[in-house]
Design a protein around this ligand. Structure first.
Ligand code: C5P
Length: 231
Protein backbone atom coordinates (compact mmCIF):
# COMPACT_ATOMS: atom_id res chain seq x y z
CA UNK A 1 0.00 0.00 0.00
CA UNK A 2 1.01 3.62 -0.49
CA UNK A 3 0.76 6.88 1.42
CA UNK A 4 -0.17 10.13 -0.33
CA UNK A 5 1.29 13.53 0.57
CA UNK A 6 -0.75 16.46 -0.74
CA UNK A 7 1.06 19.80 -0.63
CA UNK A 8 -1.37 22.65 -0.11
CA UNK A 9 0.66 25.24 1.79
CA UNK A 10 1.16 27.71 -1.07
CA UNK A 11 -0.02 31.30 -0.71
CA UNK A 12 -1.78 31.61 -4.07
CA UNK A 13 -0.33 35.09 -4.65
CA UNK A 14 -0.38 34.68 -8.46
CA UNK A 15 -4.07 33.83 -8.25
CA UNK A 16 -4.71 37.20 -6.64
CA UNK A 17 -6.91 35.61 -3.94
CA UNK A 18 -7.17 37.00 -0.42
CA UNK A 19 -6.87 33.53 1.10
CA UNK A 20 -4.46 30.59 0.66
CA UNK A 21 -4.91 28.85 -2.70
CA UNK A 22 -6.04 25.59 -1.04
CA UNK A 23 -9.20 27.36 0.17
CA UNK A 24 -10.07 29.15 -3.03
CA UNK A 25 -13.52 28.07 -4.15
CA UNK A 26 -13.63 25.93 -7.29
CA UNK A 27 -16.94 24.55 -8.62
CA UNK A 28 -18.55 24.53 -5.18
CA UNK A 29 -15.75 23.26 -2.96
CA UNK A 30 -12.25 24.32 -1.86
CA UNK A 31 -9.56 23.70 -4.50
CA UNK A 32 -7.88 21.20 -2.15
CA UNK A 33 -11.12 19.19 -1.86
CA UNK A 34 -10.96 18.02 -5.49
CA UNK A 35 -7.58 16.28 -5.40
CA UNK A 36 -8.31 14.97 -1.90
CA UNK A 37 -11.44 13.27 -3.25
CA UNK A 38 -9.52 11.63 -6.11
CA UNK A 39 -6.80 10.47 -3.72
CA UNK A 40 -9.46 9.05 -1.37
CA UNK A 41 -10.87 7.03 -4.28
CA UNK A 42 -7.44 5.57 -5.20
CA UNK A 43 -7.50 1.98 -3.96
CA UNK A 44 -3.71 1.61 -3.46
CA UNK A 45 -3.57 4.59 -1.08
CA UNK A 46 -4.42 3.90 2.55
CA UNK A 47 -3.21 7.06 4.28
CA UNK A 48 -3.01 10.75 3.40
CA UNK A 49 -0.97 13.58 4.92
CA UNK A 50 -1.71 17.15 3.81
CA UNK A 51 0.78 20.03 4.21
CA UNK A 52 -1.49 22.97 5.05
CA UNK A 53 -0.87 26.74 5.12
CA UNK A 54 0.73 27.97 8.38
CA UNK A 55 -1.76 28.06 11.26
CA UNK A 56 -4.32 26.12 9.24
CA UNK A 57 -3.70 22.50 10.26
CA UNK A 58 -6.08 22.28 13.24
CA UNK A 59 -9.48 20.66 13.83
CA UNK A 60 -11.30 23.58 12.19
CA UNK A 61 -9.55 22.95 8.86
CA UNK A 62 -10.18 19.20 9.20
CA UNK A 63 -13.89 19.84 9.78
CA UNK A 64 -14.09 22.19 6.78
CA UNK A 65 -12.59 19.48 4.58
CA UNK A 66 -14.87 16.80 6.07
CA UNK A 67 -11.87 14.57 6.85
CA UNK A 68 -11.86 11.05 8.17
CA UNK A 69 -9.20 9.61 10.46
CA UNK A 70 -6.95 8.31 7.68
CA UNK A 71 -6.07 11.91 6.78
CA UNK A 72 -3.57 13.90 8.83
CA UNK A 73 -2.86 17.63 8.59
CA UNK A 74 0.57 19.17 9.20
CA UNK A 75 1.81 22.72 8.69
CA UNK A 76 3.76 23.24 5.47
CA UNK A 77 7.17 24.93 5.16
CA UNK A 78 8.70 27.96 3.44
CA UNK A 79 9.17 26.17 0.12
CA UNK A 80 7.24 23.46 -1.71
CA UNK A 81 9.91 20.80 -1.04
CA UNK A 82 10.04 21.78 2.65
CA UNK A 83 6.29 21.17 2.77
CA UNK A 84 6.86 17.74 1.21
CA UNK A 85 9.61 17.02 3.77
CA UNK A 86 7.31 17.92 6.68
CA UNK A 87 4.47 15.78 5.35
CA UNK A 88 6.90 12.89 4.76
CA UNK A 89 8.08 12.99 8.38
CA UNK A 90 4.45 12.58 9.53
CA UNK A 91 3.67 9.80 7.06
CA UNK A 92 4.56 6.51 8.76
CA UNK A 93 6.42 3.69 7.03
CA UNK A 94 4.78 2.82 3.69
CA UNK A 95 7.51 2.17 1.12
CA UNK A 96 5.66 3.86 -1.75
CA UNK A 97 5.02 7.61 -1.36
CA UNK A 98 2.86 9.59 -3.78
CA UNK A 99 3.29 13.38 -3.81
CA UNK A 100 0.58 15.57 -5.32
CA UNK A 101 0.08 19.34 -5.60
CA UNK A 102 -3.30 20.50 -4.30
CA UNK A 103 -3.09 23.01 -7.15
CA UNK A 104 -3.92 20.17 -9.62
CA UNK A 105 -7.63 19.53 -8.94
CA UNK A 106 -8.20 17.47 -12.11
CA UNK A 107 -6.25 14.48 -10.82
CA UNK A 108 -8.05 11.17 -11.40
CA UNK A 109 -7.72 7.96 -9.35
CA UNK A 110 -6.76 6.21 -12.63
CA UNK A 111 -3.76 8.51 -13.12
CA UNK A 112 -2.66 8.09 -9.48
CA UNK A 113 -2.90 4.28 -9.84
CA UNK A 114 -0.97 4.25 -13.12
CA UNK A 115 1.94 6.28 -11.70
CA UNK A 116 2.09 4.01 -8.63
CA UNK A 117 1.97 0.91 -10.88
CA UNK A 118 4.79 2.26 -13.08
CA UNK A 119 7.13 2.60 -10.10
CA UNK A 120 6.15 -0.70 -8.50
CA UNK A 121 6.64 -2.44 -11.86
CA UNK A 122 10.17 -1.08 -12.39
CA UNK A 123 12.45 -2.18 -9.54
CA UNK A 124 15.36 -0.13 -10.94
CA UNK A 125 13.50 3.19 -10.78
CA UNK A 126 13.54 5.58 -7.82
CA UNK A 127 10.58 7.66 -8.98
CA UNK A 128 7.76 7.74 -11.55
CA UNK A 129 6.23 11.05 -12.62
CA UNK A 130 3.13 12.08 -14.55
CA UNK A 131 3.93 14.32 -17.53
CA UNK A 132 2.27 15.51 -20.71
CA UNK A 133 3.96 15.75 -24.12
CA UNK A 134 4.79 19.37 -25.02
CA UNK A 135 2.67 20.85 -27.81
CA UNK A 136 4.27 24.30 -28.07
CA UNK A 137 7.62 24.93 -29.73
CA UNK A 138 10.04 25.72 -26.89
CA UNK A 139 12.96 28.10 -27.32
CA UNK A 140 15.71 29.17 -24.96
CA UNK A 141 16.44 32.92 -24.82
CA UNK A 142 19.08 35.00 -23.02
CA UNK A 143 18.47 37.94 -20.65
CA UNK A 144 18.14 40.32 -23.62
CA UNK A 145 15.35 38.11 -25.07
CA UNK A 146 17.51 36.95 -27.98
CA UNK A 147 16.76 33.36 -28.91
CA UNK A 148 19.69 31.03 -28.31
CA UNK A 149 18.18 27.77 -29.49
CA UNK A 150 15.02 25.84 -30.35
CA UNK A 151 14.69 22.65 -28.37
CA UNK A 152 13.68 19.30 -29.89
CA UNK A 153 10.02 19.09 -28.87
CA UNK A 154 9.79 15.34 -29.46
CA UNK A 155 11.82 14.61 -26.31
CA UNK A 156 10.27 17.28 -24.03
CA UNK A 157 7.69 16.63 -21.30
CA UNK A 158 5.65 19.07 -19.27
CA UNK A 159 5.95 17.68 -15.78
CA UNK A 160 3.00 17.35 -13.41
CA UNK A 161 2.13 15.62 -10.19
CA UNK A 162 1.48 12.92 -9.00
CA UNK A 163 5.11 11.97 -8.56
CA UNK A 164 5.66 8.62 -6.84
CA UNK A 165 8.85 7.72 -4.93
CA UNK A 166 10.47 4.95 -2.97
CA UNK A 167 10.43 6.31 0.59
CA UNK A 168 14.15 5.97 1.24
CA UNK A 169 15.13 7.75 -1.99
CA UNK A 170 12.77 10.67 -1.24
CA UNK A 171 13.83 10.89 2.42
CA UNK A 172 17.50 11.06 1.44
CA UNK A 173 17.12 13.89 -1.10
CA UNK A 174 14.81 15.94 1.12
CA UNK A 175 17.43 15.87 3.84
CA UNK A 176 19.11 18.83 2.10
CA UNK A 177 19.67 22.43 3.30
CA UNK A 178 16.58 24.72 2.97
CA UNK A 179 18.18 26.82 0.19
CA UNK A 180 18.65 23.70 -1.99
CA UNK A 181 15.08 22.61 -1.31
CA UNK A 182 13.80 26.10 -2.14
CA UNK A 183 15.46 25.95 -5.57
CA UNK A 184 13.68 22.71 -6.57
CA UNK A 185 10.40 23.18 -8.49
CA UNK A 186 9.62 19.47 -8.13
CA UNK A 187 10.91 16.59 -6.03
CA UNK A 188 11.93 14.39 -8.94
CA UNK A 189 14.62 16.94 -9.91
CA UNK A 190 16.29 16.33 -6.52
CA UNK A 191 16.36 12.59 -7.29
CA UNK A 192 17.81 13.25 -10.78
CA UNK A 193 20.53 15.46 -9.32
CA UNK A 194 21.49 12.73 -6.88
CA UNK A 195 21.91 10.29 -9.80
CA UNK A 196 18.61 8.45 -9.30
CA UNK A 197 16.45 7.04 -12.10
CA UNK A 198 13.12 8.78 -12.80
CA UNK A 199 10.59 7.41 -15.30
CA UNK A 200 7.84 9.30 -17.14
CA UNK A 201 4.21 8.18 -17.17
CA UNK A 202 2.37 9.91 -20.05
CA UNK A 203 -0.57 11.95 -18.80
CA UNK A 204 -3.14 14.37 -20.18
CA UNK A 205 -2.65 18.16 -20.28
CA UNK A 206 -6.08 18.28 -18.60
CA UNK A 207 -4.30 17.56 -15.28
CA UNK A 208 -3.45 21.27 -15.21
CA UNK A 209 -1.99 23.36 -12.39
CA UNK A 210 -4.10 26.24 -11.11
CA UNK A 211 -1.75 29.21 -10.88
CA UNK A 212 -3.56 32.18 -12.45
CA UNK A 213 -7.26 33.21 -12.65
CA UNK A 214 -7.37 31.81 -16.23
CA UNK A 215 -6.34 28.36 -14.95
CA UNK A 216 -9.07 28.54 -12.31
CA UNK A 217 -11.71 29.25 -14.93
CA UNK A 218 -10.42 26.46 -17.17
CA UNK A 219 -10.42 23.98 -14.26
CA UNK A 220 -14.00 24.97 -13.45
CA UNK A 221 -15.14 24.28 -17.02
CA UNK A 222 -13.31 20.95 -17.19
CA UNK A 223 -14.76 19.82 -13.84
CA UNK A 224 -18.26 20.80 -14.97
CA UNK A 225 -17.74 18.76 -18.18
CA UNK A 226 -16.51 15.78 -16.23
CA UNK A 227 -19.55 15.86 -13.93
CA UNK A 228 -21.91 16.19 -16.85
CA UNK A 229 -20.44 13.07 -18.48
CA UNK A 230 -20.54 11.17 -15.09
CA UNK A 231 -24.24 11.99 -14.64
O1 C5P B 1 4.06 27.43 -6.12
P1 C5P B 1 3.62 26.27 -6.91
O2 C5P B 1 2.41 26.57 -7.75
O3 C5P B 1 4.69 25.56 -7.69
O4 C5P B 1 3.10 25.23 -5.83
C1 C5P B 1 2.79 23.90 -6.15
C2 C5P B 1 2.14 23.24 -4.94
O5 C5P B 1 3.00 23.31 -3.82
C3 C5P B 1 0.82 23.88 -4.53
O6 C5P B 1 -0.16 22.87 -4.32
C4 C5P B 1 1.16 24.63 -3.25
O7 C5P B 1 0.09 24.68 -2.32
C5 C5P B 1 2.31 23.78 -2.69
N1 C5P B 1 3.24 24.56 -1.83
C6 C5P B 1 3.42 24.17 -0.51
N2 C5P B 1 4.28 24.87 0.31
C7 C5P B 1 4.92 25.96 -0.14
C8 C5P B 1 4.74 26.38 -1.49
C9 C5P B 1 3.90 25.65 -2.32
O8 C5P B 1 2.82 23.17 -0.07
N3 C5P B 1 5.70 26.63 0.70
Amino acid sequence: MAVALIVAAGSGQRLGARRPKAWVELAGRPLLGWSLESISRTASIERVVIAMPPGDAGPEAAARLGLDRAVELVEGGQSRSESVARALRASGEDEIVLVHDAARPLLTPELAESVIAALVGDPGADAAIAAAPVSDTIKRADGALTVIETLDRSVLWSVQTPQVFRREALRRVLDAPPEQLAAATDDASLIERAGGRVIVVPSSPENLKVTTPVDLRLAELLLADRHRSDA
